[in-house]
Ligand binder design. Structure first.
Ligand code: FE2
Length: 238
């Protein structure tokens, strides 16, 4: 979630409706080995995706070095997968549209598949240094009765083709109690100017999110997670 995107108590923002019919034509059935070709998301220890499957097109791993302005200068390192598929060809214009919408670059793009009777573990996406800078967007591709998406204590329904940005730094989980798989296309966009909001500091990552607001983050040396130390707001004198 890009900090400062949401008002207090707001966890999801409608962006636009997208015609996903070309994407739907290319989606493989559950027997296709492409669903198991890259398990980086399922195997991430603290995210709770063990019961899900995914097709990954772009992935930006969390850099494990210290959080300084120098180190962030070499970000982002984005790996690409399944780029020669018709499926990616159908998805890539959607990614371009989102990149344009936020004036940024796509750092992650994947289809998340929650099989019937499965769910994610409630979690916050705070394990990666980029999370406070990134816009996380969801569009439902296949969803039916029995599917629920919770952010904090609020329930959200996703209609096919409606594109939303979500607050993934608040606790959230997806539940599929229906009879069919649930597919969401998830795209992360990092704004081009994200580096300009970082204030140089040896001990913390300090980010200026607006004229009057800064936040500080530090990596927890025990579990490696990025922890927010606080947000400070400054009032104008006059
Ligand atoms: Fe998440």
């Amino acid at each position: 979630m890009k900090m400062d995107t949401f008002d207090v108590g707001e966890y999801r923002k409608f962006l636009f409706t997208y015609d996903v019919s070309k994407i739907l034509k290319e989606i493989p059935d559950d027997n296709d080995p492409i669903w198991d070709s890259n398990t980086i998301r399922q195997s991430a220890e603290y995210w709770g995706f063990h019961n899900t499957r995914s097709i990954i097109f772009k992935w930006c791993s969390d850099p494990k070095f210290d959080l300084t302005k120098e180190s962030i200068d070499i970000l982002p390192f984005i790996e690409s997968f399944n780029q020669d598929t018709q499926l990616w060809k159908s998805i890539s214009p959607f990614c371009d549209k989102l990149a344009q919408h936020f004036n940024g670059i796509v750092v992650r793009a994947f289809i998340a598949n929650i099989p019937p009777g499965s769910s994610t573990t409630p979690h916050e996406d705070i394990g990666c240094i980029l999370v406070p800078f990134v816009h996380r967007n969801h569009v439902a591709l296949e969803t039916r009765e029995g599917v629920d998406f919770l952010i904090k204590d609020k329930h959200f329904k996703f209609e096919i083709g409606d594109v939303y940005e979500i607050d993934n730094m608040s606790i959230h989980d997806a539940i599929n109690n229906g009879k069919f798989r649930r597919l969401h296309l998830i795209v992360d966009v990092l704004p081009q100017d994200f580096k300009s909001s970082i204030i140089d500091n040896k001990d913390f990552l300090t980010v200026k999110f607006s004229k009057n607001k800064i936040s500080r983050y530090k990596r927890n040396s025990v579990n490696g997670r990025i922890e927010k130390l606080g947000t400070w707001e400054f009032r104008n004198k006059n």
